[in-house]
Ligand binder design. Structure first.
Ligand code: DX5
Ligand code: ZN
Length: 222
C-alpha cells in the first residue's frame, strides 16, 4: 500500500452519500473516479443523533476491493468497539476527542494494530484540547460541520484551527495529516487547502455529482 505523505492531497468520498443499494459498486465508482481513499462514517445513535453502519459494512467494503479505508468513528465508546473495526480491515481509524475513552490508550491500540491513528475534533472543540496528543496521531480531523449528517454547510470559522494545527505541526517537526470533513465541495475545498488541510472528505459533492470523476478532479485541483 502507498505510504501517503502529509503533503499529498487525498480525496476521500464519504460512503454516507453513496447509493447503499449497491455499496461495493459505489466504492468501485469512487476508485475509478480517482479518489485515493474511501471515508466510512460510523454513527451509533448516541455520540451523534444518527445511526449508520458498523464493522460488518467495513468488512464488506474491505473484501470487495483494496482501496484505503478511512474509518471515522462517531461513537461514544470507541475503545469498546475498536478491535472489531481493526479486524474488519480498517486502514485509518479516527476517534473523537469528545468521546468517552482514554484517548492515548485508544490511539496506542490503533497504532499497535498496524493502523493509522486519527483524532477528530468537533467544530466547537478548541485545538488546545488536542495538543497533548499530536505526537500520538497520524491524522487530525477538524470537523467542518457538527457531526451526524451529510449534506450540511461548511463552517469557514474552523479554518483558523487548521492554520494553527498546520503551523504547530511544522514547528514541532511532526507529520500528521490534516483532514476536513463536512460540506466540502469545489469552493470550500480551496479554502480548506489554503488553511493547510491535505485530506478532503467529500460526500454529497462527489457521489451525488453528475460526473464523479470530474467532481473528484475539481476538488483536487481547487
Ligand atoms: C458527518 C460525516 C461526514 C459527511 C460528509 O457527520 O462525518 O463524513 O458524510 O458529507 P458531506 O460531504 O455531504 O457534507
Ligand atoms: Zn466523516
Amino acid at each position: 500500500m502507498k505510504n501517503w505523505k502529509c503533503t499529498d492531497t487525498i480525496i476521500a468520498p464519504s460512503l454516507l452519500a453513496a447509493d447503499w443499494g449497491k455499496v461495493t459498486q459505489e466504492v468501485s465508482r469512487s476508485i475509478q473516479a480517482g479518489a485515493e481513499w474511501i471515508h466510512l462514517d460510523v454513527m451509533d445513535g448516541n455520540f451523534v443523533d444518527n445511526i449508520s453502519f458498523g464493522p460488518d459494512m467495513i468488512a464488506a467494503v474491505s473484501e470487495s476491493n483494496d482501496t484505503y479505508l478511512d474509518v471515522h468513528l462517531m461513537i461514544a465508546r470507541p475503545d469498546h468497539f475498536l478491535d472489531r473495526f481493526i479486524k474488519a480491515g480498517s486502514d485509518m481509524i479516527t476517534v473523537h476527542l469528545e468521546a468517552d475513552h482514554d484517548i492515548s490508550e485508544t490511539l496506542k491500540r490503533i497504532r499497535d494494530a498496524g493502523c493509522g491513528a486519527g483524532l477528530a475534533i468537533n467544530p466547537a472543540t478548541p485545538l488546545e484540547n488536542a495538543l497533548p496528543y499530536l505526537e500520538e496521531i497520524d491524522l487530525l480531523l477538524c470537523m467542518t460541520v457538527v457531526p451526524g449528517f451529510g449534506g450540511q454547510s461548511f463552517m469557514t470559522e474552523v479554518m483558523p484551527k487548521i492554520e494553527q494545527a498546520s503551523t504547530l505541526r511544522d514547528l514541532r517537526g511532526l507529520d500528521f495529516h490534516i483532514e476536513v470533513d463536512g460540506g466540502v465541495d469545489i469552493k470550500t475545498a480551496a479554502i480548506a487547502k489554503k488553511a493547510g488541510a491535505n485530506i478532503l472528505v467529500a460526500g454529497s459533492s462527489t457521489f451525488k455529482a453528475e460526473d464523479m470523476k470530474l467532481a473528484v478532479e475539481a476538488i483536487r485541483n481547487a
